[in-house]
Write a protein that binds this ligand. Structure first.
Ligand code: BGC
Length: 712
């Protein structure tokens, strides 16, 4: 493919449109109409055909319409992009749940199946994986990430990239960079992060994903240290293009280029275009800055044509890689759509992911339920099919299995159920509570299905209060007064502060928004067909005032060693709250019990260039088979920069039959101990380390390791 030749034949106006993205709806609406005037997104209709890419459309018919629109160029077909974030028609659980499976193969399988479905429907590129590091549960988009650990996020992101590639579509790592650090958890808000913290925590997952060669990277909306990311030369040009040699397509987020005006960084749209182009953002998503001003900027010498050509070449290369020049409609296939979308295999993966991503937070022994237990279902999620979560893509509620359906199928009996109230945060209608209490009185165990309404997390849905909605808490108190046993099944798109409600119930199963197979997964977990094995990958705060709270934090100079309410003046503490979260990163219970013991290092002193093995015995000491995630944490006790109290460095998920035991082993090398030291160099520093193994980040076995220089 002679890109240079194609580019040489393009006018500046054509190049600018090639680098512009508009909503797919624009082309679809105009496909049969007279092609004059201004389109919905502001592009003159005569120019729509030159647009290089469109985003978000609703499946095969829409894709065909776009491809066949008479005015759309056929010799240089446009790219169809879409947010396939946790599924396409088969909707998988939220990514925060997929992270909690600690199962990279499963994460890859979810991405692969999503890609197969999306491709059959005409999608060329997905805007995923989202690998932002998230520490603040107030932020609505924590559900799109795999959590608060950079190492896990990097591995999960890589697994997704592999999956999308296997399924035959290109992908886009986002949101570069540090979008998840929005101040006060309010979406789009400022981030201010030291160089050290950027390298050490915030950039890692994006850069890790680059190892799998994703085709695209998306810039984020936020200011970073005073510079909007769409103008951040240091990260976009020096780091991403320079140091990392990323030569794929960089795209802005939706309207992000024009938002530099509101940031107070660029005076007008033309200036926005100049800044973004000079930072080699190849595609302008929906702000039309390039379409309107790029040719003029080149003519004025403010953006070099050579740079624009390079940007165009990157887009053309992507089209070529996807085979669009041979056949623009190649992937589109009704037959494959029928075969794969919502197939048994896809549903099976969705169910497994929902099961393995749900987390048993509490259980006083009431779970698993017996099939003949006299139960009822109370709460807004009892019969609801709104289980898909933020990016439901083309998922339809009619394809979702509700909790009621799942339980009735599993037990073979009908189960009485009452929604009682809405799940919305400000729900006030109490008229359903009386009926709920009447039904509850007739059963022995109340399964309460509550949580956060599915549209109350996600983009632009930050919350200042992350407790269960007041009316739901009221309902729980009333149910508690019946004296019945209560199993609380929670659905949410973020960690919730559950301190008030946990004492009211006998068990808590936290299911995030579990996707279309949610009801079957919940039934399997509640009745023990599947043993819970999911972990949380964000700390669950006791109260919102603790946010941001995360396990890989630093010690203060005045640490509070005993985290109780006792007077500990002049230590780092709250007078009205403990420091620790309610549930720590990596936590999740099972119906069996695991014991981790006999931790050993192969040697306790290691020299540079050597490695050691840390091992322990994991034993299933309960009476049923189960799976457990053993987690390796390290603390560098003293460094040229202070190091976090612990950091995840490895994990493995192990299945054991009742009574069975096994040895778990992790290798520790210099790489495991390395970090960006005070001099900026990435290396391990000699000295003392703490090595920890646990089944969550709080309860760990510890041993000491010393790293020495090589012997002379
Ligand atoms: C979101 C992105 C998304 C894009 C396109 C934006 O508002 O921040 O994550 O990919 O829209 O839909």
């Amino acid at each position: 493919m002679d890109y240079k030749k194609i580019i040489a034949n393009m006018t500046l106006e054509e190049k600018a449109l090639e680098l512009s993205q508009v909503a797919a709806a624009d082309i679809i609406q105009d496909a049969d109409a007279v092609v004059t005037g201004i389109s919905h997104s502001g592009v003159p209709r005569e120019q729509l055909g030159e647009i290089g890419s469109v985003l978000n459309f609703s499946g095969i018919e829409a894709a065909k319409k776009i491809r066949s629109a008479p005015f759309v160029k056929k010799d240089n077909p446009l790219l169809l992009m879409q947010d396939v974030v946790h599924g396409y028609k088969t909707v998988y659980p939220l990514n925060i749940a997929i992270g909690g499976t600690f199962d990279l193969e499963l994460a890859e399988a979810c991405a692969e199946m999503s890609a197969i479905e999306a491709k059959a429907n005409g999608v060329n590129v997905t805007f995923a994986p989202m690998v932002d590091l998230v520490r603040d549960a107030r932020w609505g988009r924590v559900n799109e990430s795999t959590g608060e650990d950079p190492y896990l996020n990097g591995l999960m992101g890589r697994a997704s990239v592999r999956g999308y590639h296997k399924g035959g579509i290109a992908c886009c790592v986002k949101h570069f960079a540090a979008y998840g650090a929005a101040e006060s958890g309010r979406d789009y808000n400022t981030t201010d992060i030291s160089d050290h913290a950027l390298k050490e925590y915030y950039l890692k997952s994006y850069l890790e994903c680059l190892k799998e060669n994703p085709e695209m990277v998306m810039t984020s909306f936020n200011l970073l240290n005073g510079i909007p990311m769409n103008g951040h030369t240091e990260l976009l040009v020096d780091l991403l293009r320079g140091q990392e040699k990323f030569d794929g397509v960089v795209i802005s987020d939706y309207g992000g280029i024009s938002e530099m005006i509101a940031h107070g960084y660029a005076e007008d749209l033309k200036e926005c275009a100049r800044i973004a182009a000079n930072n080699e953002i190849d595609i302008d998503m929906c702000s039309l800055a390039y379409a309107k001003y790029l040719p003029e900027l080149v003519r004025e010498g403010k953006v070099s044509e050579e740079k624009v050509n390079r940007m165009v070449e990157r887009v053309l290369r992507l089209k070529d890689k996807l085979g669009l020049y041979e056949n623009a409609s190649a992937g589109i296939s009704e037959e494959r759509d029928k075969t794969y979308c919502l197939s048994r295999e896809a549903r099976e993966i969705a169910r497994r992911a929902a099961e393995d991503g749900s987390v048993l937070l509490e259980n006083n022994g009431i779970l698993p339920l017996k099939k003949d237990a006299n139960v009822c279902l109370i709460g807004p999620y009892a019969e609801s099919r709104e289980l898909m979560g933020e990016w439901a893509c083309l998922g339809k509620t009619e394809n979702v299995v509700s909790v009621k359906k799942g339980i009735e199928k599993l037990t073979g009996k009908s189960v009485p159920s009452v929604a009682a109230c809405s799940a919305q945060w400000n729900a006030a209608d109490e008229s359903g509570l009386a009926e709920a209490l009447r039904v509850a009185e007739k059963s022995e165990i109340i399964i309460v299905c509550m949580g956060e309404y599915c549209k109350e997390s996600g983009e632009s849905h930050s919350r200042s209060n992350i407790e269960l909605a007041a009316l739901q808490v009221k309902l729980l108190h009333k149910l508690k007064e019946t004296g019945k046993k209560i199993v609380l099944v929670l659905f949410a798109g973020r960690p919730l502060a559950l301190t008030e409600v946990v004492p009211l119930v006998d068990a808590v199963l936290f299911c995030w928004h579990p996707g279309i197979e949610g009801g079957n997964a919940v039934a399997n977990l509640l009745y023990g067909t599947v043993n819970p094995n999911g972990k949380i990958t964000m700390s669950f705060p006791r109260s919102v005032g603790q946010c941001p709270v995360y396990y890989n934090c630093f010690s203060t100079g005045r640490p509070k060693h005993n985290d109780t309410y006792e007077n500990a003046c002049f230590t780092s503490r709250y007078i009205d709250e403990l420091n620790a979260p309610l549930y720590p990163f990596g936590y999740g219970l099972s119906y069996t019990k695991f014991e981790l013991k006999d931790m050993r290092l192969s040697v306790s002193t290691m020299r540079r260039g050597e490695s050691v093995t840390v091992s322990a015995t994991l034993k299933n000491i309960g009476n049923r088979a189960g799976r457990e995630v053993v987690q390796l944490y390290i603390r560098d006790k003293f460094g040229s920069c202070a190091r976090p109290v612990k950091e995840l460095k490895g994990f493995c998920k192990i299945a054991l039959a009742a009574g069975e035991q096994t040895q778990v082993r992790f290798k520790i090398s210099e790489e495991t101990l390395a970090y960006f030291t005070a001099s900026g160099e990435y290396k391990a520093e000699t000295g003392d380390f703490e090595v920890m193994l646990g089944t969550n980040s709080r309860d760990v076995l510890k041993t000491d390791l010393r790293l020495l220089d090589r012997e002379l």
